[in-house]
Design a binder for this molecule. Sequence first.
Ligand SMILES: Nc1ncnc2c1ncn2[C@@H]1O[C@H](COP(=O)(O)OP(=O)(O)O)[C@@H](O)[C@H]1O
Ligand SMILES: [Mg+2]
Length: 231
Amino acid sequence: MLEARNIDLYYGASQALQQASISAAKGEITCVLGRNGVGKTSLMQSVTGRHIARSGTVQWEGKNITKLPAADRARRGIAYVPQGRQIFSQLTVHENLKTGFAVLPRAQRKIADEIFDLFPVLRKMLHRRGGDLSGGQQQQLSIARALVMKPRLLILDEPTEGIQPSIIKDIHNVITILKQQGEMAILLVEQYFEFARDLGDRYAVMDRGEIVLSGEVSVMDEQEVRQYLTV
Ligand SMILES: Nc1ncnc2c1ncn2[C@@H]1O[C@H](COP(=O)(O)OP(=O)(O)O)[C@@H](O)[C@H]1O
Ligand SMILES: [Mg+2]
């Protein structure tokens, strides 16, 4: 269980998050929605430790990790699939996947067959350079690399952004499978409303650094949420 509460985050003098709270539970998907620039990525990075909150607390599996560096959080099972994928274009698919090993004890440094079952295209392209993959394939690689880390919290930051529809469908299926397995908590940042609605259990909508709406997707007021997504 993740519980981030009342997070304030600054870049220099400019405040990116104001009293933002978000939670995530094992076996559930929490969607974070909102337009560009409202603080979605900043909130995720305050959870991963990439940026440290000025105030507020981050609790994970019952421990206070508010001040913990990113690498230590990763070792505690928090994996982040960054916006824009950020795979290593000069490394092969296999080498990219192996970068996920860094957070694992030596005995566990193995790419599970399941990862290739989820992303068959990666098995076929194992020795190709990351940069030779299509955008959608790179997104799949980025998710697979996070899964190599055997996360208990998986954070996906706009995984459908700029991706062709057929691969969006594949990614949708993978997220559904991961949820059904019930082993991890998932935080899904999205601007693609239908994707979030179909997958999410809970949702939070952000505007100008704050959480402005939140609740269960089953009783979400679609119109109300959409007004925060359209420009
Ligand atoms: N590294 C950074 N340095 C300075 N400002 C940043 C940085 N990252 C994001 N910002 C600013 O913080 C605000 C929130 O950005 P971000 O969290 O990326 O929003 P979103 O993910 O919702 O698009 C924006 O105004 C953005 O310009
Ligand atoms: Mg973002």
